[in-house]
Design a binder for this molecule. Structure first.
Ligand SMILES: Cc1cc2nc3c(=O)[nH]c(=O)nc-3n(C[C@H](O)[C@H](O)[C@H](O)COP(=O)(O)OP(=O)(O)OC[C@H]3O[C@@H](n4cnc5c(N)ncnc54)[C@H](O)[C@@H]3O)c2cc1C
Length: 330
């Protein structure tokens, strides 16, 4: 048995049958062809909550490498190994003056996991620069390629969280990065930080630095306090439901979406339900960010789940809105 404590940012103790470091596509294929035990794929462990032991061999993605595949007038196609650390890939892109991922700076985890929930932050999403990905089908043990359409990206969603869940090991991701970066500094406090720094014509490094400053000030560092970032997704409600909701809560922050729905920040709903800063034993709702559930030391995965369910129930009772988890419970 292997202890997964060092492999998940929630800092939960759980065991797995075994753990294998996967460093190449070839090694992965050979292992799959000779093994009949169940497998579980793990990257940085920053989006999972372990509620029990993992009765499988954990395949830890460590496939590295970043290479330029081709260039057009507007974009450069870059393939990155699924085991690359996401933020190191962002730094690589910035150092080559290739735009499109700077707003996603400092998101924990690996390149290979980024398409799973179409990572997003500060007005950008992975799908904006996604070209294709390479994977290995765990059922027929053959390589597979997915185009952007086939990935069915949505808000913190993809094919790999639905019909394709647990069926593919993503070995590399190819990005279409911008050769002439389009600066996106209008989200959250990015503009304010740039103005405070006297930056009137920001480049992608300036945007990345601003995003890093905001994230460091707002989010707990998993090395110091176990967590997996936002625990719930921001709920999207129809315009009809929103019109009733906003009469009762005119002060509620909200964002109108292109499809007519309205997004409400889950953190606001949780805070208004009185959960910010509350804790039961070592499982708590963070004191600055209500959307982040934390492990103060020795919480079990089940204790975090129990807390999440109580929060869901209270938000549902007060607002009639059911929060869905963003974190993968195992
Ligand atoms: C402090 C903090 C802040 C965060 N901020 C954000 C944010 O701003 N935006 C955002 O979108 N997310 C955020 N997250 C969540 C997390 O960083 C992302 O979801 C990230 O993509 C997870 O990567 P990982 O390698 O750690 O995945 P893991 O946690 O290892 O895995 C997540 C899921 O994907 C599967 N998986 C992992 N790798 C592969 C692969 N190669 N092939 C197939 N399946 C795979 C796993 O089986 C699991 O089900 C945050 C997390 C933390 C801790």
């Amino acid at each position: 048995m292997v202890d997964l404590l060092p492999y998940n940012t929630f800092g939960i103790r759980a065991a797995a049958r075994d753990l294998l470091h996967i460093r190449s596509d070839q090694q992965l294929l050979e292992f799959l062809q000779s093994n009949c035990e169940p497998v579980f794929i793990l990257g940085g462990g920053s989006n999972i909550l372990l509620t029990r032991d993992v009765d499988a061999v954990v395949l830890h993605n460590e496939i590295k490498g970043i290479e330029v595949l081709s260039e057009s007038d507007e974009t450069t196609l870059v393939r990155a190994g699924g085991g690359e650390v996401w933020h190191e890939f962002v730094e690589w892109a910035i150092s080559h003056n290739l735009g499109g991922v700077e707003n996603l700076s400092l998101i924990p985890g690996t390149v290979g996991a980024a398409p799973i929930q179409n990572i997003g932050a500060y007005g950008a999403e992975l799908k904006d620069v996604f070209h294709s990905l390479e994977a290995v089908n765990l059922e027929d043990k053959k390589p597979a390629v997915f185009s952007k359409n086939q990935c069915e990206f949505g808000y913190r969603e993809s094919y790999f969280k639905k019909a394709g869940k647990g069926k593919f090991f993503i070995t590399s991701v190819t990005f279409a990065l911008q050769k002439i970066p389009v600066i996106n500094a209008n989200y959250g406090d990015i503009r304010k930080i740039l103005t405070d720094r006297g930056v009137s014509h920001p480049n992608i490094k300036d945007v990345s630095d601003a995003v890093i400053e905001i994230r460091r000030s707002k989010l707990p560092d998993p090395k110091l306090l176990g967590n997996a970032g936002s625990f719930f997704k921001n709920p999207e409600i129809s315009a009809e439901i929103f019109s009733v909701f906003s009469e009762k809560y005119p002060e509620a922050p909200h964002y109108h979406l292109e499809n007519g729905d309205v997004k409400i920040p889950a953190g606001w709903l949780i805070e208004q339900s009185g959960w910010k800063g509350r804790r039961f034993g070592d499982a708590g709702c963070h004191e600055k960010q209500a959307l982040v559930l934390v492990n103060y030391g020795n919480a079990t995965g089940q204790e975090i789940v129990d807390l999440a369910i109580r929060i869901q129930q209270d938000v549902k009772e007060k607002f009639g809105i059911l929060l869905s988890p963003e974190v993968n419970w195992i």
